[in-house]
Each structure stands twice: as structure tokens, then as C-alpha cells.
Design a protein around this ligand. Structure first.
Ligand SMILES: Cc1cc2nc3c(=O)[nH]c(=O)nc-3n(C[C@H](O)[C@H](O)[C@H](O)COP(=O)(O)OP(=O)(O)OC[C@H]3O[C@@H](n4cnc5c(N)ncnc54)[C@H](O)[C@@H]3O)c2cc1C
Length: 439
């Protein structure tokens, strides 16, 4: 066999989880092949150019201080992101409300006399006492306040971070995220678009392996319960890569289809069929000649129909837009976000919100794209609280990405974490196999 086609590991999919996994593998000395069926890396966090504007398909806010940032440091990839200050604010009744260091206390204290009861729940969560996983965030909150603005803010936080409604997200996941995870307190925007972050990781892979774009994995081969190779379609040709370590970033459903359900434990296939809950959102990328938002980071809205949050991208990264333009992205989450919904009606409700929040919105802005993320190309491949394990039940075959997150985590940070956990396991297994072989 052509020596160029011998790899220690194959990673299917160059999304956030796949790029982090492939870069870690290559950096740790494993010759790695990373393949993706698109022409660019990044998957749902790639960047495209529309009318001269760099527009992110998915992720914009890249969190600092966790596994995501550590991945770049470890493999020596550049991450030149810029942090807005303040990073987060609320947009209530047409005004930017920066709660700064006051956090939850300051926000809730100004809205409800029951703030102390809610804050006590956060304190309890911090010390490990969490509600049952079956209780929704909305029902949990209703136990402490009926204040409509507080409910609207919590709904929009669920929507902004988890791409679902408060009655769809377990309170346990919400509280875990805000008390034990990064909670997007520190993040930055990439001046070349989020896609450039993944390109930096792909370059690390190229230093000890290859990155094949426009290449589709058509089959994962399994022999006697162990992964044996991957069949790829590349430039019209079928290429077989024998390999005993395969990491799939295609999502558990597609991974089962690639290997064939009969090879997996029945319990795993059942979970893939019943547990995953893809979450949807609607993304409005737009630009204006004059600034329309006086906050440099991300604002979360109060009472809206569907709109949940919005980022002011060019305040910190003017390079994203052609000279003279301000660029924004606003997100809405449909009702329901985890089930079927009428796309046109949901877009219309979100547009109404934009017009209400920003007078003369249509006249003042140029719409670059309106995109609905759902189904097989969702906002989250499974809503927080409904994730699958990274292990597939087939030796040597793992999943990474946002359907196999750690409990209560979200976004690219969560994907990077899955990559670290899987690669650590792969390296540990190789190390113990080497010890056994040497004995
Ligand atoms: C609108 C929106 C806004 C978001 N905002 C943020 C944010 O601000 N911050 C944040 O951290 N997160 C955010 N997220 C979430 C984040 O973008 C996703 O969680 C993350 O990008 C998912 O990455 P993944 O590892 O699951 O891979 P994916 O993005 O799903 O990529 C998988 C790749 O594998 C490819 N693939 C699949 N099957 C095959 C095959 N058979 N052969 C070859 N290739 C294959 C796919 O085409 C794809 O390119 C946002 C998401 C959306 C949609």
C-alpha cells in the first residue's frame, strides 16, 4: 500500500470537535487523516463570504479559559480572538443594561422581590445540589417567581446558549452550565471569522497527516467488534483507508448509518434513535451604515416573541465587514425548538421582534442572510441534557461533537472537551497496548 495512505487515526468531519481531535492526535505523534465533505473546514462553525462580509454559519463567540483555548495552546495553533468589553449585556426596553460585576444579583434584584430565593438556588447548585433532570427550567423558575421579565430573560438565555426554550431545557443543565461551566463570561470574536480558528487547527494536522476536503466517508468498516477502516469518496474515486482508530464528528446517527446498526450494541442504537433532540435556531446576519447597537459584545433581549440575543461583531472586529459597514448577527429560537415548527411563521415573528427592538430596522439595515439551523444541520445536534456517550460500543470508534457533550456544557467549548476526552482515551489505550507488547 502507498505509504502516504497509512494513518494511525482517521477523523470523519472537520467541525469543531473533529478539528480539535485531529489536531490533538497529530500533535501527539499520531499520523492523522482529517476528512470533510465540504470545501472548507469548520462544519456548523465555518465562515462564508457574502457581499464582501465574512459571515459565520454558526459559532461567533469563542470562549476563553477552558479546554477550547487549551487545545490551541497545546498544539501551537494561533487563536487571535478579540474580547469585547463588556462581553455581555442585556437589551431591555431599548436600552443596554450592563450588570457587570453585579451579575445575577444585580439583574434579578432590579426585577423581582424574590431574587434572593433564585440566587439561593444558584448557590445550592454551586455546592452540588441540583434539581432532578426531568424538571424544566421554566417549571423550576416558576417555583420562585412569576415575574414576566425574569421569565423572558431566562427563556432568552436558554435560547441564546442552548438553542431551546425554557420549557424544553432541564433546569439541571441550565444551573450546571451557569455554576460549573464557563458560561461565556470571557469570549472573543475572530477577526477573520470563526472559520479561521479551525483552519489553524487543520494546519497542525497537515504537519503530521493530511486534510482531505470535499471528501465523503461512505462506510466505516468493522471486523469482529473493532473498527478496521474507512471507505472514502474522493474526487470521484473510492479510497479505502485501513485504520484501527476512527473518530467521527458526523454525529451518532450518521455514525451508526456509516458502520451499520448491526455492528453496535442494541442499547446504543436504541439511544441514538430515541434520546437525541436536535435543537433549532434562526440566524439573521445583517449590516448597517450607522451603528444600531451601543454595546460591543452580545446582548440578550428581555420580552420578545422569538428573538433571543444579538452580537455586535464589527465593534471589535471591523475587518469582518467592508469599510463603512457595521455588522451584526441576531438569533431567534422557534417554538418548539426541539420539535417541528413552521419555518416561515417563525422567521416572521423574529423579524417583528427586530423591527420592534430597532425602529426603522428594514430601512437602516442590509440583510446578508437568514438561515434556519435544524434537522441534520442544527444549532445543537442534541440539546443539553440529552447527550449520548462518546464511546460507541465498537472498539476504536468514537464520537466527538455537540451530540456527545458532557452534561450541561454547550457550543464549541463542549465540542473541544469531547475531543480532549476522546484523544486522552485513545492515547491511554495506545500507551497500555505498547506496554503489553513490550512485556
Ligand atoms: C447559529 C449558531 C450559532 C452558534 N453560536 C455559537 C457561539 O457563539 N459559540 C459557540 O461556542 N458555539 C456556538 N454554536 C454552536 C457550535 O457552532 C456547534 O456546537 C459546533 O460548531 C458543532 O461542531 P461539531 O463538532 O458538532 O461539528 P459539526 O459542525 O457538526 O461538523 C461536522 C462536519 O462533519 C462533516 N461530515 C458529516 N458527515 C460526513 C461524512 N460522512 N464524511 C465527511 N464529512 C462529514 C459535516 O459536513 C461537517 O462539516 C452556534 C451554533 C449555531 C448553529
Amino acid at each position: 500500500m502507498d505509504n502516504d495512505l497509512i494513518f494511525d487515526a482517521v477523523v470523519i468531519g472537520a467541525g469543531a470537535g473533529g478539528c480539535c481531535a485531529a489536531a490533538r492526535l497529530a500533535h501527539s505523534g499520531m499520523r492523522t487523516l482529517l476528512v470533510d465533505d465540504h470545501a472548507q473546514v469548520g462544519g456548523r462553525a465555518a465562515t462564508e463570504v457574502i457581499d464582501g462580509h465574512r459571515v459565520n454559519v454558526g459559532a461567533i463567540a469563542l470562549e476563553l479559559g477552558g479546554v477550547f483555548e487549551e487545545t490551541f495552546t497545546r498544539v501551537g495553533a494561533a487563536l487571535p480572538i478579540r474580547c469585547p468589553n463588556p462581553a455581555n449585556a442585556f437589551y431591555l426596553n431599548g436600552k443596554v443594561v450592563d450588570v457587570g460585576r453585579g451579575g445575577w444579583g444585580l439583574l434579578l434584584g432590579g426585577l423581582t422581590k424574590h431574587a434572593a430565593r433564585i440566587l439561593d438556588q444558584f448557590a445550592q447548585a454551586r455546592s452540588g445540589t441540583l434539581p432532578d433532570g426531568g424538571l424544566s427550567t421554566k417549571d423550576w423558575l416558576s417555583g420562585y417567581t412569576r415575574n414576566e421579565t425574569v421569565h423572558a430573560i431566562f427563556r432568552n438565555l436558554c435560547a441564546a446558549i442552548f438553542a431551546c426554550n425554557a420549557d424544553e431545557l432541564p433546569a439541571r443543565a441550565f444551573l450546571t452550565y451557569f455554576t460549573a461551566k464557563g458560561a461565556f463570561k470571557r469570549f472573543g470574536f475572530h477577526p477573520e471569522g470563526t472559520g479561521a480558528a479551525w483552519q489553524a487547527l487543520a494546519d497542525v494536522v497537515r504537519s503530521n497527516g493530511e486534510v482531505w476536503l470535499d471528501t465523503r466517508a461512505e462506510q466505516i468498516e468493522v471486523e469482529a467488534g473493532e473498527v478496521a477502516g474507512v471507505v472514502l469518496r474522493r474526487e470521484g474515486d473510492v479510497v479505502r483507508i485501513p485504520c484501527t482508530t476512527v473518530i467521527s464528528n458526523a454525529g451518532p446517527k450518521a455514525t451508526v448509518a456509516l458502520a451499520g446498526a448491526a455492528h453496535f450494541p442494541t442499547a446504543y442504537v436504541d439511544q441514538v434513535q430515541t434520546r437525541l433532540k436536535p435543537a433549532a435556531n434562526i440566524v439573521f446576519n445583517f449590516a448597517s451604515r450607522e451603528p444600531i447597537l451601543d454595546a460591543p459584545g452580545i446582548v440578550t433581549f428581555g420580552k420578545t416573541r422569538r428573538l433571543c440575543n444579538m452580537a455586535n461583531l464589527t465593534a471589535t472586529c471591523p475587518e469582518l465587514a467592508p469599510a463603512g459597514w457595521h455588522q451584526y448577527v441576531a438569533y431567534a429560537v422557534p417554538v418548539p425548538a426541539l420539535g417541528d415548527f413552521d419555518e416561515e411563521a417563525e422567521i416572521a415573528l423574529a423579524r417583528q421582534d427586530l423591527r420592534e427592538q430597532f425602529p426603522n430596522f428594514d430601512e437602516r439595515t442590509k440583510m446578508l442572510s437568514v438561515r434556519v439551523m435544524r434537522g441534520d444541520w442544527p444549532a445543537q445536534r442534541s440539546c443539553a441534557g440529552y447527550d449520548l456517550p462518546m464511546e460507541t460500543g465498537i472498539a476504536g470508534l468514537w464520537c466527538v461533537g455537540d451530540a456527545v457533550k458532557q452534561y450541561g456544557n454547550g457550543g464549541t467549548q463542549a465540542c473541544a472537551e469531547t475531543a480532549k476526552l476522546v484523544v486522552d482515551s485513545v492515547l491511554a489505550a495506545r500507551a497500555s497496548a505498547t506496554v503489553v507488547a513490550a512485556q
